[in-house]
Write a new protein. Structure first.
Length: 450
């Protein structure tokens, strides 16, 4: 079984300065590797598709390289030999080529020798992961700056004894041992991350004797609780329970404090020490808000998962689509821009970001897996506009938190009714129509003649 534990480090001044220098050098190395791949991809359109003269195998410009003149060498390696003594000539991908070039990097730039070799290798694999995400439909890898490159990873050599941890090339370092590592678990990797209030380390520990968590089969699911995510209340449950939304970043006091601190940053001279101090206070406030939200979401997720049910039905929301900007409206006669409601939607987007539905969903899935429960993601389309009595769907059925069906007059709480609808849809997905709670049949209207 694999799991992660996070601790706060207590480095001395020398170690803290050294780790900051490592991050700067690793960021430059990451950007250089990304630029090298982009350069070789651009060369394909000039030089044509590159292939080996002997094997005549084409090289994909995204995962490999198209030119033998690139800074990272050839995509084919001639050093390996098979059982018969012949060259195997294996094909190497871009990440393997750039990892092989790391010794040459240390010779050309000796200051990179101070960084642990596994840290440099993991830095290249980090770029490979970014390309893999791109091929799976996510965003294209981008160049990193100081704000979005704040961590590095050790793949081996990490040891922990009591409240001290050993990191290669950094030595022994104290940390707050807030959570004891269970007996039998070994450290597989360690990721050091710089945050606003100091350094943190995330340890990946493993014990092969402990089996992984096994989810309950869908055929054994007999009870489901539905969850409807919202802003007025963070979660509405199908058992008529509601969970409060504290609004950590969008409450009146926090918005005022953040506004004052950001104003102090803008009034300081650019590049001055006072501006850096003021910006650091803004960062600490954002971290405080994040920590509060994370702690509250773990509490909420544990409250939901601890229900005596076999499965949890949640909405499959497209949060990024919900926060997308409104379409631009242009007057066809004058060509001037018209009001499209984006100024009002900006406040809604901030509330959605503050609620952080995606993170809450991930926490529910994690805790449910630990308890052997199933998480069913349901399409939330018209869940709060569908009448649970007659099945009529109409936008005018809902008025704020009230639900009044315009067809049959059924009245209930709109969000709690949506949670029950999500629960019913989950029953349809898991067990079929026979397991769905039946709605009471409505008596047919009869007309009498006079």
């Amino acid at each position: 079984m694999l799991t992660n534990y996070v601790y706060k480090l207590r480095p001395n001044t020398t170690q803290s300065t050294k780790m900051s220098n490592w991050i700067d050098m690793l960021r430059s190395h990451y950007n250089w590797c990304l630029n090298d791949r982009l350069t070789q991809y651009a060369q394909q359109f000039i030089m044509g598709e590159y292939c080996d003269i002997r094997t005549k195998a084409e090289a994909c410009p995204l995962t490999c390289f198209v030119s033998k003149n690139s800074a990272t060498g050839e995509p084919w390696k001639d050093s390996k030999v098979d059982k018969d003594g012949k060259l195997r000539n294996p094909r190497r991908f871009a990440g393997d080529i750039q990892i092989t070039a790391l010794p040459e990097l240390k010779k050309a730039r000796p200051w990179y020798s101070d960084i642990d070799s596994t840290v440099l290798q993991q830095n290249v694999k980090r770029l490979d992961t970014a390309y893999k995400n791109f091929f799976e439909g996510r965003g294209f890898p981008s160049f990193k700056n100081r704000s979005n490159f704040t961590s590095f990873t050790f793949a081996m050599g990490v040891k922990a004894q009591g409240n001290k941890i050993y990191l290669p090339k950094l030595g022994w370092m104290r940390f707050h041992n807030s959570r004891l590592i269970p007996n039998g678990f070994t450290i597989k990797a360690a990721t050091v991350r710089k945050r606003q209030d100091g350094w943190y380390v995330s340890l990946k520990i493993e014990d092969k004797t402990v089996p992984d968590y096994i989810a309950r089969p869908l055929t054994e699911v007999t009870s489901i609780i539905g969850c409807d995510l919202g802003l007025t209340k963070l979660v509405h449950l199908s058992d008529n329970h509601q969970i409060h939304n504290p609004r950590f970043a969008t409450n009146k006091k926090t918005k005022r404090v953040l506004k004052l601190r950001q104003r102090r940053v803008s009034r300081k001279s650019k590049g001055s020490v006072n501006r850096k101090k003021a910006a650091k206070k803004v960062g600490r406030l954002h971290k405080k808000i994040t920590d509060k939200r994370q702690a509250y979401q773990w509490k909420v997720a544990n409250k939901i998962v601890s229900r005596n049910v076999d499965a949890i039905a949640i909405e499959d929301l497209n949060v990024s689509g919900m926060m997308r900007r409104c379409k631009v409206k242009v007057d066809s006669l004058t060509g001037r821009f018209l009001s499209n409601g984006q100024s009002r939607k900006k406040a809604l987007n901030r509330s959605i970001a503050d609620a952080s539905w995606s993170d809450l969903t991930l926490k529910i899935e994690y805790l449910a897996a630990k308890q052997g429960k199933v998480v069913v993601k349901v399409n939330p389309r018209h869940s709060s506009q569908e009448c649970r009595n007659c099945g009529h769907v109409d936008k005018s059925n809902r008025d704020g938190e009230k639900f009044i069906c315009v067809k049959c007059g059924h009245i209930e709480h709109a969000d709690i009714g949506a949670a029950k609808t999500i629960r019913d849809r989950a029953f349809d997905m898991v067990r079929g129509d026979s397991a769905k709670p039946k709605r009471p049949k409505q008596p047919k209207e009869t007309s009498t003649r006079t």
